[in-house]
Design a protein around this ligand. Structure first.
Ligand SMILES: NC(=O)c1ccc[n+]([C@@H]2O[C@H](COP(=O)([O-])OP(=O)(O)OC[C@H]3O[C@@H](n4cnc5c(N)ncnc54)[C@H](OP(=O)(O)O)[C@@H]3O)[C@@H](O)[C@H]2O)c1
Length: 289
C-alpha cells in the first residue's frame, strides 16, 4: 500500500464510489457519504453532512489526516442542476471551498472534479488554455469553484471530465444504468441529438488520478475525454444496440432549445503527454462496462 492516504468527499456517488473501488487497490481510501451509502469492501466510510460548515470540514480533514482530498460531491445532470440551485450552491461552491481550505491547512493535495460545461459549447475540442464561458448553472458553479481553488491552493489539480461511462450503485445509478433499467421501456426518455461530448470510461479518471499522484503534478488543469465525439441520443442508441436492449423507449429531444448544435468536446492532448495515458474509443469504453 502507498503511503499516500486518500479522502474522497462524495464517495457514495457514482464517481466517488468508482474512484474508491479503483484507487483502494493501491492507496488507503476513506470516503464520505451523506444520505446514502453502498458499503464498500476496501474503503473506510464516514458519514458527513457538514459541507456548509467550514469548521466541521476542517475538523473532519484534520481528524482523518489524508494526504490527498478528492472532491466528487455535487450534481452531474445539468437539467437537475438548473432546478436545484440550493444543492448546487452548497455542494459545488461552499462545500468545495471549505474542503479546499481544510486540505490546505494540513498541506494535502486537492483534486477537484470539474466538467466540460465550463465551456460555451460553440467550437468544441477545447484545450485547457481556452476561454471558459459557461452557459448553464452547472458550468457556472464548476467554474466558480475552479477559480477559488486556483487562486487559493498551492497544491491542487482540477480535472475537467467529459461525461463518465461506468456502472453506479443502487442509490447512485449511472446514466447508462438508468438506460438499461428494466422498468424503463414503460417510460419514454428523450435525449439531445445536437449536444455533443466525448465521453470517457471512469477507469480513465482513476488512472489519471493515480498518475497525478505518482508524478506529483501540481497546480494544473487537466482535460479528460475519449476519442469519440457523440451526441447523448446517438450514444444511448449505440449502447442499447451493443448490449442487445430495446431502443423503442428512447426518442430524440424535440424542443426549440435544440435549434443549435453544441459541441462540448475536450482536447486532452496535454494530459496524454503529461500523464502518459492512452485515449479510448467509445467501443473500447463499452468493452470495460
Ligand atoms: N457523472 C459524470 O459523468 C460526471 C462528469 C463530469 C463531472 N462530474 C462531477 O462529479 C461529481 C459527482 O457526480 P456523480 O455523477 O457521482 O453524482 P451522484 O452519483 O449524484 O453523486 C453525488 C454525490 O454528492 C453527494 N451529495 C449530494 N448532495 C449533497 C449534500 N447536500 N451534502 C453532502 N453530499 C451531497 C452525494 O452523497 P449522498 O447521496 O450520500 O447524499 C453523492 O456522494 C459532480 O460534481 C459532477 O458534476 C460527473
Amino acid at each position: 500500500m502507498s503511503e499516500k492516504r486518500i479522502l474522497i468527499v462524495g464517495g457514495s456517488g457514482f464517481v466517488g464510489w468508482n474512484l474508491a473501488s479503483l484507487l483502494s487497490r493501491t492507496y488507503p481510501v476513506t470516503l464520505t457519504w451523506n444520505r446514502s451509502l453502498t458499503p464498500h469492501p476496501r474503503a473506510a466510510t464516514v458519514q458527513f453532512g457538514g459541507l456548509h460548515d467550514k469548521d466541521a470540514c476542517v475538523s473532519l480533514v484534520q481528524q482523518l489526516n489524508p494526504t490527498v482530498v478528492i472532491y466528487t460531491t455535487g450534481i452531474s445532470d445539468p437539467v437537475r442542476a438548473e432546478k436545484d440551485p440550493a444543492t448546487m450552491m452548497l455542494t459545488h461552491t461552499n462545500g468545495a471551498n471549505h474542503m479546499l481550505i481544510a486540505a490546505d491547512y494540513i498541506k494535502a493535495k486537492s483534486i477537484f472534479i470539474s466538467s466540460d460545461y465550463v465551456f460555451a459549447g460553440i467550437e468544441g475540442n477545447y484545450r485547457e488554455s481556452d476561454t471558459t464561458i459557461p452557459f448553464n448553472a452547472l458550468g457556472k458553479a464548476k467554474l466558480s469553484a475552479e477559480n477559488f481553488i486556483r487562486s487559493r491552493s498551492l497544491n491542487h489539480v482540477v480535472i475537467r471530465c467529459a461525461p463518465l461511462l461506468g456502472r453506479g450503485t443502487l442509490d447512485h445509478p449511472s446514466w447508462l444504468d438508468r438506460l438499461r433499467d428494466p422498468a424503463l421501456p414503460a417510460k419514454k426518455i428523450t435525449l439531445s441529438r445536437k449536444q455533443v461530448h466525448n465521453p470517457v470510461h471512469i477507469r480513465e479518471l482513476a488512472t489519471a488520478i493515480d498518475r497525478i499522484l505518482q508524478y506529483d503534478i501540481r497546480n494544473k488543469v487537466i482535460h479528460l475525454g475519449g476519442l469519440t465525439r457523440i451526441s447523448e441520443y446517438d450514444l444511448a442508441m449505440k449502447f442499447l444496440e451493443r448490449f442487445g436492449l430495446t431502443r423503442e423507449h428512447v426518442a430524440p429531444f424535440d424542443s426549440v432549445l435544440e435549434y443549435q448544435y453544441q459541441d462540448y468536446s475536450l482536447n486532452f492532448t496535454q494530459s496524454l503527454r503529461l500523464l502518459k495515458t492512452e485515449a479510448l474509443l467509445l467501443e473500447q469504453s463499452f468493452d470495460l462496462l
